[in-house]
Design a protein. Structure first.
Length: 167
């Protein structure tokens, strides 16, 4: 299973954390496969299609949040308040969604082969976010003006969780 990217949105629809993992490069006949200027940029964690304009990571975060917000509202209107939006997939990636009781939203983009990541997102919230961000007295409660999660322990633990547990 491959994890492309991970986002955390606060209750004010601000992206307070984003992290991308690119698929590991493979070398062919001793040549390095580092991206060049002719290589299409990566957006939403999946390779971009030729001719597609490059987007910034802020634009990607806004698009992801808009998609999640719209799908979540659609699910609630069609299915009632008891139904919840969990995931969706396209031909290139699968989006997994988890919302906490305090309206913190966790979004993970993975490859199509991955199973439901709802429990993994819940573990990230409980074991990493709460432990290293919420319980940290130096961490702000609100994240105004784009001030996001800036915690080395959280970032290192998330990296370990994604590479060891989810691989």
């Amino acid at each position: 299973m491959v994890v492309y990217s991970f986002y955390i949105f606060d209750r004010h629809a601000e992206c307070i954390y984003k992290r991308r993992w690119l698929p590991r490069p493979t070398s062919i006949a001793g040549k390095s496969s580092r991206p060049t200027s002719e290589t299409p940029s990566v957006s939403n964690g999946a390779p971009a299609v030729y001719g597609q304009s490059a987007r910034t990571s802020d634009d990607d975060a806004k698009l992801i949040f808009g998609t999640v917000f719209s799908l979540r509202n659609m699910v609630r209107k069609l299915g009632g308040e008891d139904d919840s939006f969990v995931s969706y997939h396209t031909s290139q990636y699968k989006l997994h969604y988890y919302e906490t009781p305090t309206n913190i939203k966790f979004v993970m983009l993975t490859d199509l082969k991955s199973p439901s990541m709802r429990i993994a997102l819940q573990q990230i919230y409980i074991n990493l976010f709460v432990e290293y961000v919420v319980k940290n007295p130096l961490s702000p409660v609100e994240h105004p003006n784009g001030l996001g999660v800036n915690n080395e322990l959280f970032e290192e633990s998330l990296e370990q969780f994604v590479t060891r547990v989810l691989s």
